[in-house]
Design a protein around this ligand. Structure first.
Ligand SMILES: [Zn+2]
Ligand SMILES: [Zn+2]
Length: 152
């Protein structure tokens, strides 16, 4: 037998909506998550998600002309670097031999954010770094507990 709910005037026929009384706390979490997701999207509009920033391109390691060999070519345009009297060659952090003309590499990186040779995703790394910077620094107590556990 069901409990008889004493709602004067309420339509007793449906009986729906009775079981929802408990556990209002979960709703707050979902709402918080939604707001956080919205804030994330606002910070990072989708059009910027693919490539890296101008700053990333500017900060790449330059390779001086005297350390370039005649056999080294730009993988994008296939021209030997030293053919240019003033080559602007940059080296990607993924591998010491991944060198490119900056003018060839920049548009690719801005668009795709990856190394053209091994597809290392610099845009993703950059986004992760930016996200870490945005987070407030919280002292991580868990780490200490882990170490204690190892000794105990
Ligand atoms: Zn090139
Ligand atoms: Zn690479």
């Amino acid at each position: 037998m069901r409990r008889e709910s004493d709602h004067p005037g309420a339509g007793a026929a449906t009986g729906a909506g009775e079981a929802q009384g408990a556990g209002g706390e979960g709703e707050g979490d979902v709402l918080t998550q939604m707001i956080q997701a919205l804030l994330r999207d606002a910070d990072m509009p989708p059009r910027e998600v693919e490539g890296v920033s101008e700053e990333f391109c500017d900060a790449l390691d330059r390779v001086p002309r005297n350390s370039l060999k005649p056999s080294q070519i730009c993988p994008i345009c296939n021209n030997p670097f030293v053919e240019d009297p003033y080559p602007l060659v940059v080296q990607l952090p993924c591998h010491p031999t991944h060198m490119f003309d900056l003018e060839c590499l920049r548009p690719w990186l801005r668009l795709r954010g990856t190394c053209p040779l091994d597809r290392v995703d610099f845009a993703k790394r950059e986004r992760e770094k930016a996200e870490e910077r945005r987070k407030p620094v919280v002292p991580d107590d868990d780490e200490e507990e882990e170490w204690d556990g190892m000794y105990g």
